[in-house]
Ligand binder design. Structure first.
Ligand code: G6P
Length: 768
């Protein structure tokens, strides 16, 4: 630092001196020029008035003596002016006619300027030296009519100009000195205030982070102009902190002999399993949507369980996520290959966007996937719609994604591709046909119905065939695997191996396995006992913000979807208040509902129905500052939802049918206080794991109403025991385990089906 200051000072001194001296030099030159031209001007005036007098006094040759005397007097009279050395008059021959006495000592011969003036017959002037003395000579011809009689010279001592210039130089020197001193001083002070201070603060802060003396995400100190640097440092510090925590955690786990799955364990696992290969995830929904609203560019994280689940996987291994670019500003932020790094601000993996036309999106996403397959697989009493045009778009879009995947894996050895969901049933086979060396899995995030139910789909054979292109098919629970294999058995020519849960079709084996999806359950989700007062206060504050006063609060978080049983839930709340009127004025249910797929009439209508139903029930019971249902109709971020989860007395998940339902798990992960009751539909995948929830049949309104009362009146010890057990289950079966198991299983699949298996299969077919 000291060396830096010395360098800075030396450079400043040199720089300022150089610049100041340069400017001063030009100033002095100007001053010199001004003094000289002032002198010339004065000499001219003097010379001209003198020459007139001389011409008048100049006599004919006969009167020379008298004339000389007169001229003598004339030069004496003019000769005693400031800095004037003297005046001299010469005749044509160059002989002195009259001369001031001071000049006689210095001027011994006729100056060349005078001779030139006489010869040319016009005024001449020059700066010359007489001995050591610098002088200015102005010479004028003396005439009578056109005849030049002689010459007149006015000689000025100009040493005063030199003296004046020296004085200016001296002043300049002191001025430059003062400037250098002041500028250096001011610069050093500025540097000290705006740089040294923040740098010192940053150094202290970074040291504290490095040594772990301050907690994670500590406020970044004010670093003024280094703010961009501060942001980078903050991110680095975060990673450092994260790495330290992970290492400590690993050590602790090893010590305790636990087999907990963490993001770090997943990354190690993925790297080992992928063995240098790269991981590709394909889904319809992208994790970040860029939306332009006027001049602002917003990044939206969609309310999708799939996004919640997959981000940690991509994070863990810096993979590539291929998805539909659905935002209106998505194309603005990608490179020439439609790629960008995400998450924005802290890029950890790549996102490749696939562009769809409006018609394609309409037919493939809204049409076949969400009006056909979604109700087909959920069996929630909304009739599936199968249109041939939608099916055509579905096939086209699957092809489009195949092309994008092939492009991404083009030069990648041993690529591992995880296809997601019902939007891409055809994709596994399409990829494998072109790249048999790729390991391809598809995870089906929604239920798989029984073969009879699935059988109404006109293109069931093509869908099942497309899926069987995969090396591995994952469902949330075993019964979906069973349903799928039964469907395979009925629909396509294949051999189902019930012992190993696989299907062999056209020499290709597909494994079918359950992988119950989950949430991250971070380390900082660890239990915090005895903080119940905090929840109580938070609950009151949250409700107050919503303009409601109540003692108890329930929470529901869903996309507005007919499979979620939101109307049934509202009916159960109505029934509960009807049956137990003492809770009127006391129990408020907050429903966070993200509008979803509203382009589809059924969803659009449902949104209106949900709103109307909440209003109807509120109208029936509300009074004063209390109402039974608060419907928050917009998508909320995880950060916004978390306080509701933490403060609620109960969480209601009443899906009519659900692959897994991550809300149930998110609620429990948020309950570090080990309180709160989960009321969970028995028709969710989550119900298989979360046996300590109050399981309900959402169609049974009375049963759900009773569950609400039971939840509110449950003994604290009972709540604690249940939440603790369920949190343990989620902690052990978190999203990292899900991804780790899925990838491990996929990497263990033998891509070359054993010969004897083929033989057996052929034998079976020929017997059949
Ligand atoms: C279900 C599907 C997911 C999907 C989510 C949101 O959970 O299984 O794949 O991401 O719904 O649906 P959306 O149509 O908005 O992507």
């Amino acid at each position: 630092m000291r060396l830096l200051s010395v360098r800075l000072i030396v450079s400043l001194v040199l720089g300022i001196t150089l610049v100041s001296s340069g400017f001063s030099y030009y100033e002095v030159l100007g001053e010199k020029r001004a003094l000289r031209s002032d002198l010339e001007r004065r000499d001219e005036i003097l010379g001209e008035s003198l020459v007139g007098n001389v011409e008048r006094s100049w006599r004919v040759p006969s009167e020379t003596a008298a004339s000389d005397k007169e001229l003598e007097n004339l030069v004496q009279r003019f000769g005693n002016r400031e800095h004037l050395l003297g005046v001299v008059i010469y005749n044509r021959q160059g002989t002195v006619v009259a001369m001031t006495p001071e000049l006689q000592k210095t001027l011994t011969a006729i100056p060349a300027t005078v001779s030139l003036a006489m010869a040319q017959g016009r005024e001449e002037s020059s700066f010359v030296r007489l001995g050591k003395m610098p002088v200015h000579i102005l010479a004028l011809p003396v005439r009578r009519q056109d005849e030049v009689l002689g010459g007149l010279a006015v000689v000025h001592d100009v040493s005063y100009i030199r003296a004046q210039i020296l004085l200016v130089w001296r002043q300049t020197f002191f001025r430059v000195l003062a400037q250098v001193f002041l500028i250096v001083l001011i610069t050093l002070l500025i540097v000290r205030w705006s740089m040294t201070g923040p740098i010192a603060r940053a150094a202290l802060w970074m040291r504290a982070l490095r040594t772990g003396k301050i907690p994670f995400r500590q406020e970044v100190p004010d670093l003024d102009m280094f703010r961009p640097l501060a942001r980078e440092v903050a991110t680095m510090a975060e990673s450092l902190n994260h790495a330290r925590n992970a290492a400590e955690n690993e050590a602790r786990l090893r010590e305790a002999g636990e087999s907990m799955w963490t993001a770090d364990r997943l990354s190690v696992q993925l790297r080992t399993r992928l063995d240098g290969g790269h991981l590709f995830v394909v889904s319809n929904r992208e994790p970040y949507i860029h939306q332009r609203n006027g001049k602002t560019l917003d990044v939206v994280v969609p309310p999708s369980g799939l996004v919640t689940a997959l981000e940690p996987v991509l994070d863990a291994c810096d993979g590539t996520w291929i998805a539909h670019g659905s935002g209106n500003a998505d194309a603005e932020v990608v490179d020439a290959h439609a790629r960008l790094r995400v998450p924005p601000g802290d890029p950890r993996y790549s996102l490749r966007r696939v562009w769809l036309t409006k018609e394609e999106e309409e037919g493939y996403y809204y049409g076949f996937a969400n009006e056909g397959l979604w109700p087909l697989c959920h069996i929630a009493h909304t009739r599936p719609l199968f249109r041939a045009a939608d099916w055509q778009h579905y096939q086209d879009v699957n092809h489009k994604f195949m092309e994008a995947v092939l492009e991404e894996i083009e030069n990648v050895e041993k690529p591992v591709v995880l296809v997601q969901d019902y939007h891409f049933a055809l994709l596994p086979r399409l990829i494998k046909e072109k790249r048999p060396d790729a390991r391809v899995a598809i995870f089906w995030h929604i239920p798989w119905p029984n073969p009879e139910a699935f059988g109404i789909c006109p293109w069931q054979r093509q869908l099942v065939d497309g899926l069987l292109g995969a090396d591995l098919i994952g469902f949330h629970i075993q019964s979906h695997c069973n349903n799928f294999l039964e469907t395979v058995d009925r629909v396509v020519e294949s051999r189902v191996d019930w012992e190993h849960f696989s299907a062999l079709r056209q020499d290709h084996r597909t494994m079918v396995r359950p992988f119950p999806i989950s949430v991250a359950f971070a380390d900082d989700d660890a239990a915090e006992n005895g903080n119940h007062g905090f929840n109580y206060l938070q609950r009151a504050a949250l409700l107050r913000n919503l303009g409601v006063e109540a003692t108890f609060m329930g929470i529901g978080v869903d996309r507005i979807d007919y499979t979620k049983g939101i109307l049934e839930r509202f009916l159960a709340i109505e029934r509960f208040l009807e049956k137990y009127p003492s809770y009127q004025g006391k129990f408020t249910f907050v429903q966070i509902g993200a509008p979803s797929r509203t382009h589809i009439k059924r969803y659009h209508d449902l949104l209106a129905e949900v709103e109307a139903e909440a209003e109807r029930i509120n109208w029936r019971f509300q009074g004063g500052k209390w109402k039974p249902i608060v419907f928050l109709k917009r998508s909320h971020s995880h950060q916004e939802i978390e306080p509701y989860y933490r403060a609620a007395d109960l969480c209601l998940v009443t899906s009519l049918h659900d692959g897994m339902n991550l809300v149930a798990k998110e609620f429990l992960a948020a309950r570090k206080d080990e309180r709160g009751v989960l009321i969970l539909s028995q028709f969710t995948g989550a119900a298989r794991e979360l046996r300590d929830a109050l399981l309900v049949n959402p169609y049974d309104i009375d049963q759900t109403a009773e569950a609400i009362r039971a939840a509110l009146e449950m003994e604290p010890e009972d709540k604690e025991l249940r939440v603790r057990r369920m949190r343990k289950a989620i902690k052990e079966h978190n999203i990292y385990r899900w991804a780790g198991n899925l990838v491990t299983e996929l990497c263990e699949v033998r891509l070359d089906a054993p010969e004897d298996e083929h033989e057996k299969f052929r034998a079976t077919v020929s017997v059949a």
